[in-house]
Design a binder for this molecule. Structure first.
Ligand code: PLP
Length: 430
């Protein structure tokens, strides 16, 4: 595996770790700028999953046989890896789910159903992904709670003063996105959590777009719940992580019932397994979890190279890797922002002071779907539409945007290609 022997971080070598980047699309080398929707996977992750299927495939936690024990070892090791990734205090606080959406629904239907009553308030922001809106609406309908919305400015920043005023002793939960997928805004979640806690509310942070781009520390944030979408962080689809503070998870009823989440079953009374298994009914996505562990190991290996191949801990290696990712993605964002801002008729959507690598825009001469199609003709993959953030589009008075989202393998040439591609759209539609 070349990633293990590389001496310094070299973007060409990183790109070589992601075989799909060599694909030709419509006769052009693929320029992949749709990382916000889903990232590509390095060979290291693909190999880890392939090896599992070929050499250690068996169900976990149930077998005394060799393969089952091997699979269980790898599965449990990935949970510990994710504990370090999030800096959770215990691996009992790391629950594997099917994704970010599944994690939020779990919290709404377990913690929410037990702790939110008629008349209680749930605060969510205008810039939430539908995944952090609809589960709370379903809950509100079930229990008679009220949803209140934290507004945002034209630039796409949370109106903190209004947020503070909205908080009251009626507020039971604040749901806030760490990094907005439609705007790129990095929200001041630590400050927001402190304010919510002062009001006696719990906070669920949607970290889907944060986890691939910055070091997450759930203890430093003091988040009550933090949810991660793993397919956006170089891991496979169909796997997510729910972090929850142990005492909250202990007090929550199970979500789904079935195998693995029980301690004893009888027709008179069933008792439930300890954390984290209480929330993991049925056979889990074993290959997905192993792939997830590998994706974090891959990032850590990059960090290790930055530290000069000295024997850093997993946590130190991740610190180094994310230090590099943040710096590089900030440079790409600044470069891209300057370049596309020069294009006449183009309006950037999301101009917050504190932003992650997302370039969303509208063009006066073409609908985003046409922009996306013309870019695709040139091998450039972007996302067009409302990005599962219809309230953001309503707030800004636009139907849709075109969104280019940056990942760790993107280059300045990718941004140049994007700019050239947009200019081609203008030639065709302008
Ligand atoms: N939250 C945000 C901010 C997202 O960007 C997404 C996916 O785009 C989700 C939640 C949903 O994540 P998942 O696909 O893991 O359900």
């Amino acid at each position: 595996m070349n990633v293990l022997t590389r001496k310094s971080l070299d973007i060409d070598a990183i790109r070589a770790d992601f075989p799909i980047l060599q694909t030709l699309v419509n006769g052009h080398q693929l320029v992949y700028l749709d990382n916000g929707a889903s990232s590509q996977k390095p060979l290291y992750v693909i190999d880890a999953m392939d090896t599992y299927w070929k050499q250690t495939n068996a169900n976990v936690h149930r077998g005394v046989h060799h393969l089952s024990q091997k699979a269980t070892q790898q599965f449990d090791a990935a949970r510990e890896t994710m504990r370090v990734f999030l800096n959770a205090s215990s691996s009992k606080e790391v629950i594997f789910t099917a994704g970010c959406t599944a994690s939020i629904n779990l919290v709404a239907q377990t913690w929410g159903r037990t702790n939110i009553q008629a008349g209680d308030e749930i605060l969510i922001s205008t810039m939430e992904h539908h995944s952090n809106i609809v589960p709370w609406q379903l809950l509100a309908d079930q229990v008679g709670a009220v949803i209140k919305v934290i507004p945002m400015t034209d630039a796409g920043e949370i109106e903190l003063d209004v947020y503070e005023k909205l908080l009251s002793d009626k507020t039971k939960l604040v749901g806030i996105v760490h990094v907005s997928n439609s705007l790129g805004t990095i929200n001041p979640v630590k400050e927001m959590i402190q304010l919510a806690h002062k009001a006696g509310a719990k906070v669920l942070v949607d970290g889907a777009q944060a986890a691939p781009h910055m070091r997450i520390d759930v203890q430093a944030l003091d988040a009550d719940f933090y949810v991660v979408s793993c397919h956006k962080m170089y891991a496979p689809t169909g796997i997510g992580v729910l972090y929850g503070k142990q005492q909250l998870l202990e007090a929550m009823p199970p979500y789904q019932g079935g195998g693995d989440m029980i301690y004893t079953v009888s027709f008179e009374k069933t008792t439930y397994a300890e954390l984290p298994y209480k929330f993991e009914a049925g056979t889990p996505n074993i290959a997905g979890v192993i792939g997830l562990g590998a994706s974090v190991e891959y990032l850590a290996t990059l960090g290790q190279q930055l530290l000069g191949d000295s024997e850093g801990s997993l946590s130190q290696n991740l610190d180094a890797c994310f230090g590099w990712i943040e710096e590089r993605e900030a440079e790409l964002l600044a470069y891209g922002t300057a370049a596309i801002s020069d294009i006449s008729g183009l309006k950037l959507t999301g101009t917050a002071a504190h932003k992650a690598g997302i370039l969303a825009f509208t063009l006066d001469c073409a609908h985003p779907h046409d922009v996306g199609t013309v870019l695709d003709n040139q091998g450039i993959a972007v996302r067009t539409g409302h990005h599962c953030c219809m309230p953001v589009m309503t707030r800004l008075g636009i139907p849709a945007t075109t969104r280019a989202s940056i990942g760790l393998y993107n280059t300045f040439e990718d941004i140049d290609d994007l700019v050239a591609g947009i200019k081609r759209v203008k030639e065709l539609f302008g």
